[in-house]
Design a protein around this ligand. Structure first.
Ligand code: F6P
Length: 360
């Protein structure tokens, strides 16, 4: 049957979205299906008429598929905060408009490329999608999505951060000084941990593990080198301190006589040419999503587990992502997608002499 498929990218961008769009469009066209690109995520569905483009073979050329950002844009606000929106009545309006637009577009299926927020939002408001097949694809540099071992954009973000720190290491060495580099990741430490291992950081501070500032100072002072990098995930907190985490660590180090500077790679972590592993992941997830449509699946998310790419149900995704409070740091929340205490990278880091906090 000739199908009509919508694709949209929601939430924050990351590298790999264009590869995904290109592969979905190509696979769908080879099947004789029509492809509708929804512009600006759900923002595009809320305009009258909906903001869309019809794809043909020239729409997103292969040579552009390696580029960061989203050809379909991500919208201004990212995922709607549905709790606030529900209170203000905005959500009911938003849902109605979304449903109207989807039926106007006469879609058989929608491929929603999003992070935790957008996928949870879609699941919580699933009635909107009851007349079409809803297939989600996980993307985020934070890698905080449950039930999948990888998310689109993570590997490129690790590479971007690694390249940034590799350059800093050279000036650090020349000046016999330390750099405190603050990474993105929200309250998930995967990005900092993986990049920290890649660059051979001297310390990696992540939200999932409590750290002790005196132990950090002692560790740096006893280092065989007088330069290096301390990677600080943006989600860490230090009691009694406000402001940016890297600044607060930097001040503590300075007070202990450790010469240092701070550096913020910021949104450069979300861009950069998509690395090969992200392109392969995007190609696999696109293929999995198209098969899911052929198999009449709905309310599913593509996922990679033990090297196998498959679909998982959104209800399973939603319950696995249940966020529980961390007993050590009451204000911090973790889910099973975050760095677990058994993550083998933690032990490897310790064995390499990297300070990662006070484990156990
Ligand atoms: O969730 C992706 C992410 O890049 C986080 O790592 C970061 O905290 C946040 O988005 C930044 O959002 P914005 O682009 O709105 O500044």
């Amino acid at each position: 049957m000739k199908k009509r498929i919508g694709i949209m990218t929601t939430g924050g961008d990351c590298s790999g979205l264009n590869t995904l769009i290109n592969r979905i469009a190509r696979g769908a066209m080879l099947r004789g299906w029509q492809i509708v690109g929804i512009m600006d995520g759900t923002d595009g569905l809320c305009t009258t008429p909906p903001s869309v483009i019809e794809f043909d073979a020239q729409t997103l050329p292969i040579e552009c598929a390696r580029m960061a950002g989203s050809f379909l844009h991500n919208g201004r606000a990212g995922a709607l905060n549905f709790e606030t929106a529900a209170e203000t009545g905005q959500l009911a309006h938003f849902n109605k408009k979304l449903q109207q637009s989807l039926s106007e577009l006469k879609l058989n299926a929608l491929i929603l490329i999003g992070g935790n927020g957008s996928i949870s939002l879609a699941w919580c408001n699933r009635d909107i999608y009851s007349d079409i097949q809803l297939i989600c694809i996980p993307k985020t540099i934070d890698m905080d999505i449950p039930l999948t071992d990888r998310t689109i954009g993570f590997d490129t973000a690790v590479q971007q951060l690694t390249s940034f720190c590799d350059q800093l290491m050279l000036t650090a060495r020349s000046h016999h000084r330390w750099f405190v580099v603050q990474t993105m990741g929200r309250d998930c430490g995967q990005l900092a941990l993986n990049a920290g291992i890649a660059i051979g950081a001297s310390a990696i501070l992540i939200p999932e593990i409590k750290f002790d500032i005196d132990s950090l100072v002692k560790h740096i002072k006893s280092s065989p080198r007088d330069y290096g990098i301390i990677l600080v995930s943006e989600g860490i907190s230090l009691r009694g301190h406000s402001g940016r985490p890297a600044d607060m660590i930097s001040r503590k180090l300075t007070a202990s006589g450790i010469v240092n500077r701070t550096a913020y790679p910021e949104h450069t972590q979300r861009v950069g040419d998509t690395v090969a592993t992200d392109r392969i992941l995007a190609t696999r997830m696109a293929d999995c999503a198209l098969h899911a449509i052929e198999n009449n699946e709905t309310y599913v998310m593509t996922a990679v587990s033990n090297c196998e790419c498959k679909t998982v149900s959104l209800s399973e995704f939603f319950s696995a992502g249940y966020i529980s409070a961390d007993p050590n740091i009451p204000e911090l929340q973790t889910s099973d997608a975050y760095v677990s205490p058994d993550d083998p990278l933690l032990e490897i880091a310790v064995n390499l002499g990297i300070y990662i906090g006070e484990q156990k």
